[in-house]
Design a protein around this ligand. Structure first.
Ligand code: OAD
Length: 251
């Protein structure tokens, strides 16, 4: 049930809930990086409006055309390389330094880390990680590669010369079991915030419902109505970079 309150009342209500909470979890999506100039996936100018996700973010797509997939990732890596964290990342990074706070993200852009976030659970991997597509023994595990742009596409595994793939979770792939376990454990909290996500990609989208099931006060921060809006206690219609700063100011 969404409480119909003015935004200032909502912000005080959220600040009260956060002050009282011993344990807090926040999950973020592409919307928290929008103010840093990184396009979201499903908005009006979203990446998935211009192309089919299964073409660029799936094993099948990569098998069909690894160069096309890498052209897209190489372009995004260049956009992200030049992006700076915005006030939403800064507030969340400061909150991660408080005991009992867990930050979970679906974002692969590394901006939470750049802002100094600690104990971050990255559900969808990192665009700065790569691994061998085969995989060869040496290239089985992800490693960090900051090259952007790559001199030649598709880039090759430095260990065996086979194709290299981005270290992100693609459609149809399983998430890392330890990350899912950590995120699931974090839903046993007093307050759960879902911020800047359309809440359509599972299992991430299911976390807010799990938190609610465990008795958490649930809060959404998003300028648009989402799949989660009806199931949260407080839905704040605003931008993460404004609303988080406003909440932090009254804490
Ligand atoms: P989406 O693009 O689906 O949703 C972005 C959400 O951010 C939308 O609900 C917008 O209304 C909201 N938004 C836009 N600007 C905002 C702002 N300034 N402040 C707060 N919210 C804002 O992105 P995700 O929900 O993150 O998966 O997408 C989930 C997953 O789908 C991604 O991790 C990616 C994608 O396919 C993989 O790469 C595996």
């Amino acid at each position: 049930m969404v409480r119909q309150l003015q935004m200032t009342d909502q912000i005080s209500a959220v600040a009260d809930a956060l002050r009282r909470a011993r344990t807090i979890a926040a999950m973020t999506g592409a919307g928290v990086s929008a103010a840093s100039g990184i396009p979201t996936f499903r908005g009006a100018d979203g990446l998935w409006k211009k192309t089919r996700p299964e073409l660029l973010a799936s094993r099948e797509g990569f098998e069909q055309d690894p160069r096309l997939v890498w052209e897209w990732y190489d372009w995004r890596r260049q956009v992200i390389r030049d992006a700076r964290p915005n006030p939403a990342h800064d507030v969340l990074a400061a909150w991660t330094r408080q005991p009992g706070f867990t930050l979970i993200t679906q974002n692969v852009d590394g901006l939470h880390e750049k802002a100094g976030a600690e104990r971050l659970i990255r559900l969808h991997g990192s665009i700065w990680h790569v691994r061998c597509w085969q995989p060869c023994d040496a290239g089985r595990r992800d490693w960090r590669d900051d090259t952007a742009p790559f001199p030649a596409l598709p880039p090759r595994c430095p260990h065996c010369g086979a194709l290299m793939r981005p270290g992100v979770v693609w459609f149809g792939e399983n998430l890392d079991t330890e990350d899912v376990a950590a995120a699931t454990a974090a839903t046993r909290c007093d307050v759960f915030l879902t911020i800047g996500t359309s809440s359509v990609v599972y299992p991430a989208a299911g976390l807010v419902g799990q938190a609610r099931g465990h008795g958490a006060t649930t809060i959404e921060i998003n300028p648009e109505v989402t799949e989660a809006s009806d199931e949260v206690d407080i839905a704040i219609r605003g931008k993460a970079e404004d609303v988080l700063v406003a909440i932090d100011a009254v804490l």
